[in-house]
Design a protein around this ligand. Structure first.
Ligand SMILES: Cc1cc2nc3c(=O)[nH]c(=O)nc-3n(C[C@H](O)[C@H](O)[C@H](O)COP(=O)(O)O)c2cc1C
Length: 330
C-alpha cells in the first residue's frame, strides 16, 4: 500500500518551491459583490484553505460580458486590484503560492445578469450550458477579448499574485473556440485544430510577453470535449504540446466542453491526465475525484501527474488538505 509520502514531497518550478503536491482547484463560490469585488467572506474562506502548496483562485471575469453567474470575482478593471491584493496576502500568509484563473464565458454568459448579448466563435447554442443563442464575434472583437485577457493578467500580477491561469475548459469561451461543435468559423480562428486553438495560443503568448518570465503562467486545458464530434484527447494533447512550446510553466488539465462530472469517479480523468503527461515536458496538474491518498500517490509515483488538485472536498471542508497531510504524516 502506498503511504502517500510522495504527496508531501517538494517540487520546484522555475525557481519556485512548492511545499507539496496538493493544489486547491479553482471553483467559483459566488461570494464576491454583485459587481465582482472581493468580500471579507471570500478572504475568510480562502484563509481557511490550509494545506495545498498552490491555491488557484476561482475563475475571475476578464470582461463583464463574460460573466456566467452572479457574484463572480471580476478582474476587468483596475478597481479590482485592491481586493485582489488582500486575497494574495491571505494566501501568502498561509505560505502558499497564489494564482488567479481568468476567464471569459462566451456563450455560457448569463445574459440576465450582464444585459449584453452573449458572444461566441459562432452563433451556436452552447451544448454544455444550453443558454441563449450567442452572436458570432467579429475579428475586431476577438482582438479586444485578447486584450482583456492580457490586461486581466497584468492586474493579477499587480495585485501581488505569483501567477495567472488561463481558463480553457468546461464549455467557456476559449473551449468554444477549440471545439468543432461550437466553432464553425471559416477565418483564421476556425476550421483546422491549428486555427481553433489560435486564440488560446495568441492569448498565452501575449500574456507571457506582458507579465514577463518571472511570473507563473498556467493554462487549464480541456483535453477532450466528452461529446461525439467534439475535441478529442489526441487534439487536446497536440494543443498541450504547443502551449509548452509557447512558454507555459505548468499545464493544468481537465475536460473540455462537458465538466469532469460527466464521467464517473474516482479518478475519472486519470487516463487523460496520464496520456498528456507522457506528451509534454511541463509539470502537469490533474483533478477529478482524487482525494483518495493511495490513488493520488500512485499517480505521482508512476509519473502520471505532478500535482493533485482537489475541488469539492475543499469546497465542503476548507482545510480538507491540511487534514489529509496530518493523516499521511501519522
Ligand atoms: C462549484 C464548482 C465550481 C467550479 N468552478 C470552476 C472554475 O471556476 N474553474 C475551473 O477550472 N473549474 C471549476 N470547477 C471544477 C473544479 O476545479 C474541479 O476540476 C472539479 O470539481 C473536479 O475536481 P473534484 O472532484 O476534486 O471536485 C468547479 C467545480 C465546482 C464543483
Amino acid at each position: 500500500m502506498n503511504n502517500g509520502l510522495i504527496l508531501l514531497s517538494r517540487i520546484n518550478v522555475k525557481g519556485i518551491t512548492f511545499e507539496n503536491r496538493y493544489v486547491c482547484a479553482p471553483f467559483d463560490i459566488a461570494k464576491a459583490t454583485e459587481d465582482g469585488m472581493i468580500t471579507q467572506e471570500l478572504l475568510s474562506i480562502y484563509s481557511q484553505r490550509k494545506g495545498p502548496s498552490l491555491i488557484i483562485v476561482e475563475q475571475a471575469a476578464v470582461a463583464h460580458a463574460g460573466q456566467y453567474r452572479e457574484k463572480l470575482i471580476h478582474v476587468d478593471r483596475d478597481e479590482c486590484i485592491e481586493g485582489l491584493t488582500k486575497l494574495a496576502e491571505v494566501i501568502h500568509r498561509n505560505k502558499q503560492i497564489g494564482v488567479v484563473q481568468i476567464n471569459h464565458a462566451g456563450s455560457a454568459a448569463d445574459v440576465g445578469l450582464t444585459n449584453i448579448e452573449a458572444v461566441a466563435p459562432s452563433a451556436v447554442i452552447n451544448p454544455a450550458f444550453k443558454r441563449t443563442f450567442p452572436r458570432a464575434l467579429s475579428i475586431k472583437e476577438i482582438q479586444e477579448i485578447k486584450e482583456d485577457f492580457v490586461k486581466a493578467a497584468l492586474r493579477v500580477k499587480k495585485a501581488g499574485f505569483d501567477g495567472v491561469e488561463i481558463h480553457n475548459c468546461h464549455g467557456f469561451l476559449l473551449t468554444q473556440f477549440m471545439s468543432p461543435l461550437t466553432n464553425l468559423r471559416t477565418d483564421e480562428y476556425g476550421g483546422s485544430l491549428e486555427n481553433r486553438s489560435h486564440l488560446l495560443l495568441e492569448i498565452t503568448t501575449e500574456v507571457r510577453k506582458a507579465v514577463g518570465d518571472d511570473f507563473l503562467l498556467l493554462v487549464r486545458l480541456g483535453l477532450d470535449d466528452l461529446l461525439p464530434g467534439g475535441l478529442t484527447l489526441e487534439d487536446g494533447c497536440k494543443v498541450a504540446e504547443k502551449l509548452v512550446e509557447v512558454g507555459i510553466d505548468i499545464l493544468d488539465v481537465s475536460s473540455g466542453m462537458l465538466p469532469p462530472f460527466a464521467l464517473k469517479g474516482p479518478a475519472m480523468l486519470r487516463d487523460m491526465i496520464k496520456t498528456v503527461k507522457s506528451r509534454v515536458k511541463a509539470p502537469v496538474i490533474g483533478a477529478g475525484e482524487l482525494s483518495d491518498i493511495e490513488i493520488a500517490a500512485d499517480m505521482v509515483e508512476n509519473g502520471e501527474v505532478d500535482f493533485i488538485a482537489l475541488g469539492r472536498p475543499i469546497l465542503n471542508q476548507p482545510n480538507f488538505v491540511e487534514n489529509l497531510i496530518k493523516k499521511i504524516n501519522k
